[in-house]
Design a protein around this ligand. Sequence first.
Ligand SMILES: CCCCCC/C=C/CC(=O)SCCNC(=O)CCNC(=O)[C@H](O)C(C)(C)COP(=O)(O)OP(=O)(O)OC[C@H]1O[C@@H](n2cnc3c(N)ncnc32)[C@H](O)[C@@H]1OP(=O)(O)O
Length: 719
Amino acid sequence: MAQYTRVSGSVGLITLQSPPVNALSAAMRQGIVDMMQRALSEPEVKSVVICGQNGIFCGGADIKEFGGQMSGPPLIPMIHAIEAASKPVVAAIEGIALGGGLELALGCHYRIAHSKARVGLPEVTLGLLPGAGGSQRLPRLIGVPAALDLITTGRHVTAAEALKFGLVDQITDHNTVNVAVKFAQRVADQPLDARRISTYPCLCPSDVAVLFEEVMQRVRRTARGAIAPIACVQAVRAAATLPYNQGMERERELMATLFTSGQARALQYFFFAQRAVGRWSMPSGARWDTSKPRPVHKAAVIGLGTMGRGITVALAQAGFSVVAVETQEKQLMEAKQAISGMLERGAKRRGVAPALDKINYGRNIQSVADVDLVIEAVFEDMALKKKVFQQLSAVCKPSTFLCSNTSGLDIDQLACQTRNPELVVGMHFFAPAHVMKLLEVVYGPKSSPLAVATAMQLGKKIGKVSVAVGNCRGFVGNRMLKPYLEQALFLLEEGATPEFVDQVLEEFGFAMGVFRMSDLSGLDVGWKVRMADGLAMPDPTTGQPTRLRQGRRYSPLGDLLCEQGRFGQKTGRGWYQYDKPGSQVAKPDPWLHSFLDEYRARHALVAHRIDHQEVLERCLYSMINEGFRILEDGIAAGPEDIDVIYVFGYSWPRHHGGPMFYAATVGLNKVLERLEHYYQAHPDVPSLQPCHLLRKLVASGRPPIQKWREVIKKVRSQL
Ligand SMILES: CCCCCC/C=C/CC(=O)SCCNC(=O)CCNC(=O)[C@H](O)C(C)(C)COP(=O)(O)OP(=O)(O)OC[C@H]1O[C@@H](n2cnc3c(N)ncnc32)[C@H](O)[C@@H]1OP(=O)(O)O
């Protein structure tokens, strides 16, 4: 775990050895304690260097240990002992020093970093704070404003930025360990009193109280109910206002609260869930580790509307050559201008040259003949998409992967238009496609593991978190959204207002409630889909009962708004009113309230008082129930896939872990019981009927979420 060698005669070199990131597990901590004692006891050793194996200093505490009983030497006394050592200790930082890894380096007397290293205190992203002295030492070293920035955001900084802050003493392009060893020899006789950060005064700006007030307000606004960022500010405030020992005591108290909180458990689950989705599998048994992707050098995007533009930018920014096709001259010119602007703004932000020369524009689909992969991003219209796929199949190399950026249409139908259906997959991007992290990679019954592996790899290269999912209407994300939206409309029919429903969902932690989100996306989008499905009924002569479709309850409220030209933000009216079309400030609309009253009267609906609990349970549990159906159908391989999709694609609050993790936290028996209750009250709403897998999980004793896959496998094998 920690290896000890003597180098250059007088330097004790402690090397952290625990792949992949030299995490500070119990064994590692024990190793460091033992090796430090050895270095301090050897009279020939005049100074010590701590480094990490394989070019990685340390990724922090071992997150896997957080779930169990902590054992081994605790981190705080270990770091204190290093700081108190009578011989200089130098941290040689290569690769990363994160969390407890950076706290360990802050306990050393000097820090030398490689120029490509990154450092940071990302504990906040795991629902914690830098609880091994980091919240007390960092402000003492780099000042309160910079420490607040790093600790409340958890962002990683480059070695150059760390040097500017005074967080490291030197950076080097050479072998960091060699440089650190020479440095350690040079400082061997230097006094150490001035190098112990815990003894530094915490230098504060004169308006420190105002600073903390401003930061606290900003953090509360952006935290969306997460408690760790607030505790981080409180811990830094303790550093700024209390002597070190008292600050440490405050750090300990705050950490103890966070450590045992449900939010920390949710965020730590989510850390591993993000990594688990990379280990995808298909019902055929094909897997990430047995399916090799094919390299993609040149890609094409067909259709340069909002989605096509974003996808083009994402590809070009990642260094791919892109052929961007739009058949209409005017639209092509507009798209070119918009894409160039997006690339230029992005490049300015990142301090690099814009990748304008990566893109060739064309109006002719023939221009994609030599590309390795095409992403079709035309309108969400099956007939149009089929035509494009027929053309692509005729024009492209036989080996070209053909992908559709559809948000829910049948991939199989598109694959059937082509010569090589095994090379067809869905690549469902989320708007704005160059910003949003999520990509659903959709495999149809004919998609090959090669095509899935290639799309997953491409997603990774353009910075997306890619999740492989099966082919069904709406895939995972939009399929689960349907019952959620449906419940929100039913709640309006029964007496709620859009403002109240949104308030409850926003208090839960969504960035936007369902109605504000619908106004932003445009109400006409769903209306067109419902019309194509024969659900929306603008013509009363069709004879369908207004609030019933195919024997199920249906709410036409969204259709009625669209019939009035209320499409949301873009028309300045939707579920809310806006000062002008395009404005983003949603205001309650008295017209809408009267409209709802009239609607209820027309349909003899008696408004009743709907409380917070009912809104949350009906919206979330109906969505979660659909999530269980998705697992039962094998559309998602595991709960982690659903949770990652919801956090990255639908602004589900990360500190609740994702819908499936949330269900586990609430208790599956409780979710089941409430669904039964609501289904009894609304027997014409099938999405409220608890699904078989949920019942099965409850019947099998509510296993932890990590064990759900075993139950799912059993349920699926019985189908
Ligand atoms: C009252 C109690 C007091 C207790 C005090 C405890 C104090 C804790 C402070 C902390 O240190 S919390 C941990 C802070 N560190 C982090 O948040 C770093 C997390 N890791 C990352 O950000 C990334 O993994 C990375 C280090 C930047 C590397 O990224 P890369 O993309 O190269 O690889 P990954 O696929 O992400 O990771 C590879 C592999 O390693 C596992 N892993 C990474 N970090 C840790 C860790 N800190 N502990 C355990 N395991 C870790 C990761 O899960 C991957 O493995 P997998 O099998 O593929 O999942």
